[in-house]
Each structure stands twice: as structure tokens, then as C-alpha cells.
Design a protein around this ligand. Sequence first.
Ligand code: HEC
Length: 341
Amino acid sequence: MSTRSRYLSLTWLVNLVLATTVVAHPNGELNRSGRTGSTCRSCHGGTAAVPTASFALAPVNPLLPPTSVGIVPGARYTVSISVTGGPSLRWGFDADASAGAAVLTSPTLTRVSTTRPQEVTHVTAGTHQSSWSYDWIAPATADPVTFWLAVNSANNNNSDTGDGIGTTSVIFNSLPAEILARLGAVNTASGIDNVVDVLTIRGGAGDSMRHLGVQTGQPFSLEINAYPGAPASVPYAVYALNRENTAADLTPHPLGLGTGCFATPISGGRSTVVTNVLGSDAQFGSAMFPGTPAGPGAILAVPRVPARYRGRTFTLMAVVQDSQSPSGNYVFTNAIVMQVL
Ligand code: HEC
């Protein structure tokens, strides 16, 4: 064989390998989620009915807040994808995210991109079903996170004709700071698996809807619930931030009590961000800081919320004694965002 013909046959072999790779379409398609504008429609088409692409994200740990409230940095979520409608004889998908990393839970049906750890598509064996799932680890910081999804509801003619392509994209914000602050920080030695509502207003902790409303002209009471490790009488200090807090307010306490949803002075004094507005207002009762020991129950009972507070927002958080605290005797409670209506 001459050098030239050897070179030619090598080229032929490379082309064959490339061609084989390129036409193995049912083994998944990457960069077609819609993230860059390109979807399966670049090749698949026709007059087939457009299917619905469904995307759902749920925390693996059922104690974590639903994604409608926000995403917990670093937590593990299950992605569920499904296709309904269209020709419905064979199916496929490409799902991508702006951040995070995928973990395959069905590696015989799906695969991860080698260049984008957060992008997942089907493999050939996965084209005989219309739903798939995999796990996704949220990034340490990324707000918001966008997911893109493109699906194919195909007619199983082993070609790109007569198939229906559906797309969707969903945006998730990260968890509000006051909810993030309570995960793992309240009277627990075992992290975010133990979430206890310690500070409540009329029994509500404010987490699921973020805001608890209190009506002007009506009474309300702020209470400390009994909690694991609570002593018979609970010294407390309640802090109020005179606005809804932001992610930037989330700070570790200097005395190692955990992470608070706003900077909190533990031993009195004034803070630039914390004002004990409620406790220092005569109509809201006596000053609450520093706290007085009290059993679990109402710690602030307001007979009538003054009308001048209408429209204001306060973030409340307390420090309570906790014999189970890994970091000492005192810990932060959950925080509540209170809106005066
Ligand atoms: C670059 C062109 C191209 C793109 C983009 C593309 N496909 Fe395909 N696809 C094909 C071709 C061509 C076939 C026919 C089979 C083959 O080539 O192996 C096919 C076949 C399929 C089949 C089997 C169809 C049938 O009726 O038997 C599925 C399922 C499929 N693709 C899913 C997808 C999904 C999901 C996407 C988007 C995420 C996508 N494809 C994007 C070219 C493409």
C-alpha cells in the first residue's frame, strides 16, 4: 500500500467513524434544549401535533421547602421530565440548566453531557418511554437558576420526519434569606433534616408563603413554641429588622450561634441593621431586649396593631436557649417576615 492510499483509507475510516457517530441520533441529542436557541426542531419536523414538555423539580429531602419557595444551595433535587401528546410512539429529550450538576439515577436510559455537567439527554434504550428522571445538585450560589427542556414525541419511523417537538423553560430563585437561616440552625445538632418552627405568629412560621400578614386594628401574638431541648423557662431576645431582609443580610453570628437572617447583637447595644422597633414602641408592649425568661407561649401580645404600621414589613428572629445546641447554649430560631396589612 502506498503512503497515499494508506492516507486515503485512514481518511475513509475516520469519515466512517464520524458518520456513524453523527447519525446515531436516537442516542440522545445535546445542545438542543433551547438554551442557545437551538432545539430538536433543527432536524425534526413535519405537521405532527406539538407535544407538551413537562418539567418538575422537587427536593430529595422532603423536609426542605418546595422549589416554589426557592432552591436550597447545595441541596439535591429530583428532576422529572415527561412528554404528553404528539405521535407518541417513541420519545426523547434534552434538558439543560444554567448551573448545578446532574447525577444520573437511570444510567441505562439517560446520559450526561461530557462538557456540561448539568445537561442530560436520553440514550437509545430510553426512547421507548415518555418520562425520565435524574437528580440535580443545586449550585452553592446562583440566583436564579434556569432550566431548558426540549422533547420529541416521535412516530418511530427511524427518521426525523413526522415527529412533534415540545419545549419549555423554568426559572427558580434561591431560597429567601430568612428561610435559609433557619435550616439547620434551630435547636438541632443534625443539620437541615431537623426543621422546627420555634418562633410563630398565630401558629404560623411564615415559611411556606414567606410572609405572614397581621391586620391593623386587630390583635396578634408572637410566640415561642416548645421545642426539643427547650428548658422549662426560655430566655429569649427577639430581633426585628425594619424591612424584609435580603440574601446579603445572611450572616454568621460572631459568637458562633449559627447563621442569622440579619446581623444580630447578642448582648445589647445598637446595630445599624437591627432595630427593635416593635419592642420599643409603647403600643407594642414593653421592650423585649434583653429578653426575660418565659415558658414557651406568647412572648409579645399586641391588643391592637396601630394603623400607622399599615404597609410596613418586619423580619423577626429570636435567640433562645437550647441544651441540644452543638455550638453552645443559644441558637437562632427560624425567622418570620411579617407584613402589616
Ligand atoms: C442534527 C439533526 C437532529 C437533531 C438536532 C435531533 N435529531 Fe433526533 N433524529 C435525527 C435523525 C436523522 C433521526 C433518524 C434516526 C437516525 O438518524 O439514527 C432521529 C431520530 C430520533 C428519534 C427516533 C425517531 C423515530 O421516529 O423513530 C428520537 C426519539 C429522536 N431523534 C429524539 C431527538 C430529540 C429529543 C432531539 C432534541 C433534543 C433530537 N432528536 C434532535 C436527527 C436529529
